[in-house]
Write a protein that binds this ligand. Structure first.
Ligand code: MN
Length: 161
């Protein structure tokens, strides 16, 4: 997996492109065949763009949705390998969206990492009860989040390696 240095700018965009003139251009990783697709459902635009960009730099193809309803639709349509689900979302919140994902035979196999701003045990339990496979809190620690992503993506698939 292709990994670049730590984030040090707030410019660039969600696709992971570098700001103009900073570094030699990197290939846009999200178009590389065989990349793992992550659906990021987050209503806060700044959080969505920043997290999306950071995950793209870690080598993932990123799809985004800004509310629970759109997230569900995109999960069915695009079959992401993993979903990062903010819990506080408009239209349909992350708890309900995760419940529905896990009740739908088309999407129930997709690992979901619930995300909220609350480090409360109650939120973690509630997320896991809704069917989240793991849970993390904002602000995101990228190394910790990526470790959870890798663990969920690799566990079943590489069991026979
Ligand atoms: Mn939110």
């Amino acid at each position: 997996m292709h990994r670049q240095g730590p984030d040090k700018t707030s410019t660039g965009d969600a696709a992971g492109r570098e700001p103009a003139g900073s570094q030699p251009a990197h290939p846009r990783p999200e178009r590389v065949a065989g990349m793992q697709r992550i659906l990021l459902v987050e209503d806060n635009e700044l959080n969505r763009d920043m997290l999306g960009r950071r995950l793209a730099r870690r080598g993932y193809e990123i799809l985004v949705a800004a509310d629970g309803h759109s997230g569900l639709a995109l999960a069915v349509e695009a079959s992401p390998h993993l979903i990062i689900m903010d819990m506080g979302l408009p239209v349909m919140d992350g708890w309900e969206a995760t419940r529905r994902l896990k009740a739908d035979v088309r999407t129930r196999h997709i690992p979901v990492i619930g995300l909220s701003a609350h480090a409360l045990d109650g939120d973690r339990c509630r997320a896991l009860e809704c069917g989240c496979d793991d849970y993390d809190t904002k602000p995101v620690d990228m190394d910790r989040l990526v470790a959870k992503i890798r663990s969920l993506l690799e566990a079943p698939r590489n069991a026979a390696d």
